[in-house]
Design a binder for this molecule. Structure first.
Ligand code: NAD
Ligand code: LMR
Ligand code: MN
Length: 551
C-alpha cells in the first residue's frame, strides 16, 4: 500500500496538482494539494512560465531539475514541447556549469547510484544498484568515472550529472522510459586539486586510482549490473583517454555495451561528413582527413570514417593513408614513443614530408597536408584560427570543418567565423547548438555534431530489438540513416538535421539499428516487425490513471 506522502515523493508516479478528485480520495491525498485540479498542459504552461523568469541558464537548469526530481512526466512533457530551447540548458553546454558546481548545488541524488572504490566489493556494488533501482526494471545504465567530463577534465563524483543528463536526452529524444534507467558514477578518486582542497566536495578526497584495483572495480560493476539487469544496455561516458577504449574492447564482444565518446561521436561526425559530401557532390575516397586532438573522441571518429572508406572499396592500408592525426606534439609520426594504441594506427612516416621536424603547429600541418575535412576534438579554444582556415580553404572547394570540443568555451572555432573566413564555402557543424549564420544574403543552417543526436536512437534500437551486442554493422547503419535526412538542394543547408527534429530522427536511427541486429540474427527474441518493436518500446509523457494503484 503506497500512501499519500510517499506518492508525492515518488517522481515516477507523482502527478502533483494533476491528481484527480478520485485519485486524491483513493490514494490518501485528500487535503494534501491545492484544490484546483490541473491538466498536464496547464502544469507544463506553469513550468515554462516560471522557467522564463530565471535569469541565467544555470538557474533555469536548477529549476528544471527540481521538476525532474518531483515529477518525471511533467518534466518530459515540458521538455518535449521546448526541445530546441531546453537542449542547451538541460544538456550541453549548461550541464558543464552544473557539474563544476555540483557539490554546492546538491539537493537530491536524482535516483543515481554512487559507487566508491573504497567499498569496491561485489556485495556493496550489488546492494547499491539494487537500492537505487528500487525494484524498477532497469534496461539502460549510463556510467562514468568522471575523469574526462566533456573537455573540462576530471570532476570525480560531480561527474554524475553527465549520466543524469545523457539519460534525460535518451528519454526526451527516443522515448526511453525514465523509470527503466539508472545513472551511475564510479568514484575512484580525482586528480582535480580544487575538489581535493574543498572540504565540501561530496566525493572521495583521494588521488585517482590508475591501477589494477580500478580495472577490478569496473569489472565487478559490469558483472553485477549485467547479472541484476539481464536485458541491460550499458553506456560508458566520459572515461579518461587511458581507459575508455580498453574498457570498451574488453566488454564489447560479450555484452551489449556502448561507448558514446568513441562510437557515438564517430557516428555523428561520419553522418556529418556524409551530409557534407552529399552537398558538395564529392567522393569519400577523395577526402583527406585531419583530426586535431587525437584522444578518445578524435581516434574514435577517425576509426569510423576510415571504416567507411574501407566499405567504399579501399584496403585498410590505403584507407589509413587518408588520415592525419594531430595532438600536442604536432602531426603524429610512427617514430614517436608516446603514442596511444589508437594514435599508432594512424601515425605517418616522416619520409612522406621533407619538413617533418617543422610540422608541430596546425598551420604548418595544414599547409603540408591540404586536408579537405578537419575535425577538432582538442579542447583548445580558438585553435582553428583565420590563418589555418584560409589556408585549408585555399586548397579545397568545400572544406568540411567541425569544431566539436565542448562546452562552448573550449570549441576550436565558431560557426560565423568559419563561414566568413571561407566566404560561405565551409560545410560546418559544431558540438554545441549554433544559431544560423547570415552571410552575403544566404542563411547558413549549422548542424550540431553532438553524439546526442544519435546515441538515443542507437540505444532505443538495440533495446527494442533485444540485441545481444552492438557491432560495427549496427553502428554503420546508424550513421547512414542520418545522412539521408539532409536536404542538400537548399542553399546554406546544414550537413546534419536540425535539433527540433530530434525525436523523428532518433526513431529513424533506432529502426536502422534494430533492423541491422535482426538481419544479423543477434537478438534474444524473435522480432518480426522492427518498426512496431521500436514503437512498442517507446514511452510518452502522459499520466496514467492511478485510481487503482493500491488495489
Ligand atoms: N560533440 C561531441 O559529440 C563530442 C563527443 C565527444 C567528445 N567531444 C569533445 O571533444 C573533446 C575531447 O574529448 P575526448 O574525450 O576525446 O578527450 P581526450 O582527453 O581523450 O582527448 C583530447 C585530446 O586532445 C589533445 N590535445 C590537448 N591539447 C592539444 C593541443 N594543444 N593540440 C592538439 N591536441 C591537443 C590531448 O592530448 C588529447 O589527446 C572534448 O572537448 C569533448 O567535449 C565532443
Ligand atoms: O556531452 C556532450 O555534449 C558530447 C560528448 O559526449 C562530450 O563528451 O563532449
Ligand atoms: Mn562525452
Amino acid at each position: 500500500m503506497v500512501k499519500g506522502e510517499e506518492i508525492l515523493n515518488n517522481p515516477f508516479i507523482n502527478k502533483g496538482t494533476a491528481f484527480t478528485e478520485d485519485e486524491r480520495k483513493t490514494l490518501g491525498l485528500v487535503g494534501m494539494l491545492p484544490p484546483n485540479v490541473q491538466t498536464l498542459d496547464e502544469q507544463v504552461e506553469n513550468v515554462y512560465d516560471e522557467y522564463q523568469h530565471k535569469s541565467s541558464d544555470l538557474d533555469k537548469r536548477v529549476y528544471l531539475m527540481s521538476i525532474f526530481n518531483e515529477n518525471r512526466v511533467l518534466f518530459y512533457a515540458t521538455f518535449a514541447k521546448h526541445v530546441t530551447e531546453f537542449m542547451p540548458v538541460v544538456y550541453d553546454p549548461t550541464i558543464a556549469d552544473s557539474i563544476e558546481n555540483y557539490s554546492r548545488l546538491y539537493v537530491n541524488p536524482q535516483n543515481a547510484a554512487f559507487l566508491s572504490i573504497d567499498h569496491d566489493d561485489s556485495e556493496t556494488i550489488r546492494e547499491s544498484l539494487k537500492n537505487t533501482a528500487a525494484g524498477r526494471n532497469i534496461k539502460l545504465i549510463v556510467v562514468t568515472d568522471g575523469e574526462g567530463i566533456l573537455g573540462i577534465g576530471d570532476w570525480g563524483t560531480q561527474g554524475i550529472d553527465i549520466p543524469v543528463g545523457k539519460l534525460m536526452v535518451y528519454s526526451a529524444a527516443a522515448g526511453i522510459d525514465p523509470s527503466e534507467v539508472l545513472p551511475v558514477v564510479m568514484d575512484v578518486g580525482t586528480t582535480n586539486k580544487s575538489l581535493l582542497d574543498n572540504p565540501l566536495y561530496l566525493g572521495n578526497h583521494q588521488d585517482r586510482d590508475y591501477g589494477q584495483k580500478y580495472y577490478d572495480f569496473v569489472d565487478k560493476f559490469v558483472k553485477e549490473a549485467e547479472d541484476l539487469f539481464p536485458n541491460l544496455y550499458l553506456h560508458f561516458e566520459d572515461f579518461g583517454r587511458a581507459n575508455a577504449s580498453n574498457i570498451l574492447d574488453k566488454y564489447k564482444d560479450d555484452y551489449l555495451v556502448f561507448n558514446d565518446d568513441i562510437q557515438g561521436t564517430g557516428i555523428i561526425v561520419l553522418a556529418g561528413v556524409l551530409g557534407g559530401l552529399k552537398i558538395s557532390g564529392e567522393k569519400m575516397t577523395d577526402q583527406k582527413y585531419l583530426c586535431f586532438g587525437a584522444g578518445t573522441a578524435g581516434v574514435g571518429i577517425a576509426q569510423r570514417v576510415c571504416e567507411e572508406m574501407v566499405q567504399a572499396g579501399l584496403s585498410e592500408e590505403d584507407a589509413k593513408k587518408h588520415f592525419y592525426m594531430v595532438d600536442k606534439q604536432g602531426l603524429l609520426f610512427d617514430d614517436m614513443s608516446d603514442l596511444t594504441p589508437g594514435q599508432k594506427e594512424f601515425a605517418r612516416s616522416r619520409s612522406e614530408f621533407d619538413n617533418s621536424e617543422d610540422l608541430t603547429d596546425l598551420l604548418s600541418i595544414v599547409k603540408a597536408v591540404h586536408p579537405s575535412i578537419m575535425v577538432g576534438t582538442s579542447t583548445q579554444h580558438g585553435a582553428f584560427t583565420e590563418d589555418v582556415i584560409k589556408e585549408m580553404a585555399a586548397h579545397t572547394e568545400r572544406p568540411i570543418i567541425m569544431p566539436i570540443s565542448n562546452p562552448t568555451k573550449l570549441a576550436e572555432a565558431t560557426a560565423p567565423d568559419l563561414i566568413k573566413w571561407t566566404d560561405g564555402r565551409a560545410l560546418v557543424a559544431t558540438g554545441v547548438p549554433s544559431a544560423p549564420v547570415e552571410y552575403n544574403g544566404v542563411k547558413y543552417e549549422i548542424g550540431q555534431a553532438n553524439n546526442a543526436l544519435v546515441y538515443p536512437g542507437i540505444g532505443l534500437g538495440a533495446i527494442a530489438a533485444t540485441a545481444t551486442k552492438l557491432n560495427d554493422d549496427m553502428i554503420s547503419a546508424a550513421a547512414h540513416s542520418l545522412g539521408g535526412i539532409v536536404d542538400s538542394k537548399v542553399p546554406g543547408a546544414a550537413i546534419l538535421p536540425p535539433v527540433d527534429q530530434l525525436t523523428e530522427f532518433s526513431e529513424t536511427v533506432a529502426i536502422a539499428v534494430a533492423q541491422s541486429a535482426v538481419d544479423q540474427g543477434i537478438t534474444r527474441e524473435k522480432i518480426s516487425d522492427v518498426k512496431s518493436a521500436v514503437e512498442d518500446e517507446k514511452w510518452y509523457p502522459v499520466y496514467p490513471d492511478l485510481t487503482n494503484l493500491n488495489k
